[in-house]
Design a protein around this ligand. Sequence first.
Ligand code: MG
Length: 378
Amino acid sequence: MVPLRKPWASAAGSFSDRDSLLVRAVLRYESDAGDRAELDGWGECTALPGPTFSSEYTAGAVEVSERYLLPALLSAKVATAADVTPSLAAVKGHKMAKSAFEAALLDAELRGAGLRMADFLASLSRSGQPPKAAVAAGVAVGLQGSLGELLDEVERYAGEGYRRVKLKIAPGWDDKPLGEVRRRWPELVLLADANGAYASIGPAHAGARLARLDGFALACIEQPLGEDDLVGHRELARQIQTPVCLDEALTSVASVRAALDIGACSVVNVKAGRLGGYLEAVRVHDLCADRGVPVWCGGMVETGIGRAANVALASLPNFTLPGDLSASGRFFEQDLAGPLDLLPGGIISVPDGPGSGVTVDPAALRAFATWRRWYPAS
Ligand code: MG
């Protein structure tokens, strides 16, 4: 339970502490000469405290991990990240929980190999390009109580150097706040995220309502309709000029391909947790690059453990739009891992060290952990 500086609110619910399931993987090796080495790595499950973004939620992720995922991984003696998804194929869904195990093993392996996650992911990508040295930072601003509060919040982030702001919107909280932010900050990269909230007014009304945003030069509008409504998004995309981006609807490389094939979106939000892992996220990145579709890295109010891995992912070349990649101070007084600082120019450096490159703070872990369990492999 990591306290947030300020409660977070979107159409996908609200909370004032980040209740995250963290996975620590410890790999023990013994050389032929009898030398022993121990490597550890961390992964963060991005499920929110309640089933409000998707069907996954933190307590459910704990349950499925203990009952199904851990027994499957331990009985298969999985010791490499690439084996996590195949070993868990019998368990349907629960991709955010699965992704946390993949991320923890990946971090441990790469720390052992002295390899940065950004370099490793770039080596998997068909792009053939090295990772970027830094990524463009961005903030997502939750639903606010008033226009004044929203403008104060955006002013603070713009003043800190963020060049990209995403506003959470919902029917009745859309054209006025977006129009006012655009008027005051004409140069800001501005996005809107509905978390499916326009499904409640129907696609035809949603089209008319969201066409009002056409004049605001938004980089995209994210997930206006329901997570299962690809055809509705295609119809909506034809009614508005703002590019449609999908988030909740995209849970695998196959679903991204389907969405692109039918024209349901022209921008893709890549979240490793939603997709079942960083390895699948690289495949989505490559598919979109092949199609000329820009991607950006979405966030789930992760602690520094999850955000560091996201920064590594976003260093791939087709992440051409700034993501939900903010410095530790955006959400937390005290983060669990760092450093993840905002640098001049509104960027965050890709950490230098092996694995995700950040250092987990044991005192912060002790202070905020409410529960822990240890599962020996044998
Ligand atoms: Mg979103």
